[in-house]
Write a protein that binds this ligand. Structure first.
Ligand SMILES: CC(C)(COP(=O)(O)OP(=O)(O)OC[C@H]1O[C@@H](n2cnc3c(N)ncnc32)[C@H](O)[C@@H]1OP(=O)(O)O)[C@@H](O)C(=O)NCCC(=O)NCCS
Length: 181
């Protein structure tokens, strides 16, 4: 388990299913993710089992985010698409319940994930993609050291319109400078 200031990152368990299904299928959350269409309980269970398989293979590490004091499930976050030669990965994060947004959990989770990626997986670069309208996420990513490196115009179609997708990344050297300052 990896510990932040407010959150712990631990393995995702089948016992998280109820907590996941409470909010994960709400469009309010899903509109920020790549797939707005809801998942079935069995699909979620498959996804959880797959996180264990891909972890063993070493190409993806997904974590449940839990509140440090209450141990309540807050969401999931992880590194995927790991390229072991170029030492890169992509980051994804979702704090599920709207009531838990804006409380610092996302920033804390991002900091733990970056530490995990750079210090434990020996990655050199971590990237992410975010929809241009997701201002809260962009602010969070900038806060932990990501910079915008590109924008794919009208890459994603959702809610009747095309939206731009912003690409951001952080290098290990930049992260090291930030944590040592
Ligand atoms: C994006 C997400 C991970 C951020 O985590 P969080 O816990 O909500 O964010 P934090 O509280 O750590 O930080 C949010 C920052 O954005 C600011 N913020 C909050 N709402 C905002 C908004 N609507 N517009 C711009 N900034 C906003 C906050 O003030 C805070 O900055 P500050 O610390 O300088 O005041 C979380 O909101 C989430 O999971 N959202 C739904 C799913 C999602 O968007 N996932 C990312 C897909 S790329």
């Amino acid at each position: 388990m990896f510990e932040g200031e407010f959150v712990n990152l631990r393995s995702v368990e089948l016992s998280d299913l109820d907590a996941i299904l409470e909010n994960f299928n709400k469009l309010k959350l899903r509109k920020f993710l790549s797939r707005p269409i809801p998942f079935a309980r069995d699909e979620e269970a498959d996804w959880i089992r797959n996180t264990w398989v891909r972890r063993k293979q070493g190409n993806e590490y997904q974590f449940a985010i839990e509140h440090k004091d209450t141990k309540k499930f807050l969401g999931t976050a992880g590194l995927f698409g790991i390229d072991k030669i170029s030492k890169t990965a992509e980051l994804g994060i979702a704090i599920h319940a709207e009531k838990n947004w804006g409380k610092g959990y996302g920033t804390d989770t991002m900091r733990v994930l970056l530490m995990f990626g750079f210090n434990y997986l020996n990655l050199n670069r971590i990237q992410l993609r975010v929809f241009e309208f997701n201002e809260r996420a962009i602010k969070t990513y900038k806060k932990v050291g990501f910079t915008q490196v590109g924008k794919h115009r009208q890459e994603h179609f959702t809610d009747g319109k095309y939206v731009d997708v912003i690409y951001m990344d952080i290098l290990k050297s930049e992260w090291e400078k930030q944590v040592s300052s």
